[in-house]
Design a protein around this ligand. Structure first.
Ligand SMILES: Cc1cc2nc3c(=O)[nH]c(=O)nc-3n(C[C@H](O)[C@H](O)[C@H](O)COP(=O)(O)OP(=O)(O)OC[C@H]3O[C@@H](n4cnc5c(N)ncnc54)[C@H](O)[C@@H]3O)c2cc1C
Length: 439
């Protein structure tokens, strides 16, 4: 009987296979490239970076920076090799992408416990004790169909139409009011109010905003119905007022009247530290989003923890189908890792690969799988993708995912630093505990 199959040799699959192999278990690592590629990959290398060569910030006061420090404590292959082949990029960890993915490929190919199999998987393999699925945002079509069957068709999404998310602490609550349309519900929405003049300025700038060009393979997505906000605006000045900015059913308690226009913010997590701009999916370039969305008075000084985008992206509704250990609820021998779980970006994808690898290794040793502490960035991400919510939209590492400190600290930078230090202490303890139990 074979032991473990890892499907997909991207950032997550590479970490997962390496972790399990280093724990002394045999792994079959399946990768369809170079025989069959995705629309974004160019080589047959493992852990190929398909776009930017940056793995995000280095400082522990950035989401990606903290996550990388935590990953080092869990012996991350990706971070080790990234540091070895880093190129100067200010505060970011950027790499020579060729050397980076070549080194990871060599490491995995040479590993005595890893058997690399270059073929497209089109069925869930049967003769393994454990399977990790890490086929990424561009999972092949045939396998996507199998995943639809495995998770339920309604739980596999083929694209993300992401609206920006703001850090709730940075919203000016004097420029709007809490309340649901027609007072249905418990006042879950914050309505950012715009006067006619403010709307006019916002609308004109939205029309002028520079957009990210769509990739050829993303065009179909665009026409599937989820229109970017700037596209709605292009259909006429009134269209937004009947769409995502409609004020109908809302009364501003300050004036007793219906506002001219509103932008609704909805809580994205249990604590309400993240608020998403309802219906504001967009293809505007990132600096343009910040410039234009800050014209909304309540968001003048907002920090955007995630900006909007529309991408092709295959991902599961993890909050319905996965446990926080990354195991499939209905079939715990199957785990998911990487962007397909609803995390976003190279670093977060790789980090969930490590967790899947740790959990499979533990189960092979007859131990219980683990969940990282919620106070760590990895724990916060895993909690975010698996905790109950209406719909999961992908999430990158950011500080709003971390629980509050047990005392009030006014200064934002100081607060982040304290949260980061707590995360590293807790991750160190977690890493030691799982090491101790391993041996
Ligand atoms: C166009 C594009 C641009 C992006 N730009 C950035 C960026 O600049 N920065 C950033 O942080 N993130 C970016 N991302 C997100 C990025 O893809 C992910 O963050 C990261 O690569 C995901 O890691 P992963 O391991 O989950 O998937 P991947 O790295 O995509 O790895 C999945 C692997 O599975 C293989 N595979 C798929 N189907 C099968 C199958 N049936 N059988 C066998 N193998 C299979 C694929 O060939 C691939 O090697 C981008 C994504 C896309 C699509």
């Amino acid at each position: 009987m074979k032991k473990v199959a890892v499907i997909g040799g991207g950032l997550a699959g590479s970490e997962a296979a390496y972790k399990i192999a280093e724990e002394g278990f045999q792994v079959d690592l399946y990768e369809m490239r170079p025989e069959k590629s995705t629309p974004a990959h160019r080589t047959g290398n493992f852990a190929e970076l398909v776009c930017s060569n940056s793995l995000g910030g280095k400082e522990i006061t950035t989401g990606a920076g903290l996550l990388k420090e935590e990953m080092k404590m869990l012996n991350s292959l990706v971070v080790k090799v990234a540091e070895e082949f880093s190129v100067p990029a200010g505060g970011a960890l950027a790499v020579d992408r060729e050397k980076f993915s070549q080194k990871i490929t060599q490491t995995l190919e040479k590993h005595p416990n890893i058997n690399v199999i270059r073929k497209e998987i089109t069925e869930i393999p049967e003769d393994y004790d454990f399977i990790i699925i890490a086929t990424g945002p561009l999972t092949s079509e045939k396998f996507s169909k199998k995943l639809q069957k495995l998770t339920g068709a309604e739980h596999l999404y083929f694209y993300d139409a992401i609206a920006p998310t703001v850090d709730a602490e940075t919203v000016d609550y004097s420029k709007g009011f809490w309340g649901d349309r027609y007072s249905k519900g418990e006042g879950d929405y914050f309505n950012c109010v715009l006067t006619e003049e403010e709307y006019e300025i916002f609308y004109q700038e939205l029309l002028k905003g520079e957009q990210v060009p769509l990739k050829e393979f993303e065009r179909a997505v665009f026409f599937e119905g989820c229109l970017p906000i700037e596209e709605i605006a292009r259909r006429g000045k009134q269209t937004l007022l009947f769409g995502p900015m409609k004020p109908v059913g809302l009364t501003d308690p300050k004036t007793g009247k219906q506002p001219f226009a509103v932008v609704q913010l909805r809580k994205e997590n249990r604590e309400g530290t993240l608020l998403s701009m309802v219906g504001f999916q967009t293809k505007l370039k990132y600096p343009e989003q910040k410039r234009i969305f800050r014209l909304i008075p309540a968001l003048r000084n907002a920090t955007f923890v995630r900006l909007g985008s529309i991408h092709r992206n295959t991902f599961i509704q993890s909050h319905r189908v996965l446990k926080p250990t990354l195991q499939l609820k209905k079939n715990p021998e199957i785990l998911f890792a990487g962007q397909i779980t609803g995390v976003e970006g190279y670093t977060a994808s790789a980090a969930t690969g490590i967790l899947a690898g740790i959990n499979v290794s533990r189960m092979l040793k007859g131990k219980e799988p683990v969940i990282p502490p919620e106070t760590t960035m990895l724990g916060g991400l895993v909690r975010y993708i698996t905790e109950p919510k209406e719909e999961l939209q992908p999430m990158n590492p950011n500080f709003a995912l971390l629980p509050d400190l047990d005392r009030k600290v006014k200064d934002r930078r100081k607060r982040k630093l304290l949260k980061a230090e707590r995360a590293l202490r807790d991750m160190e303890r977690f890493a030691q505990e799982i090491l101790f139990i391993f041996y």
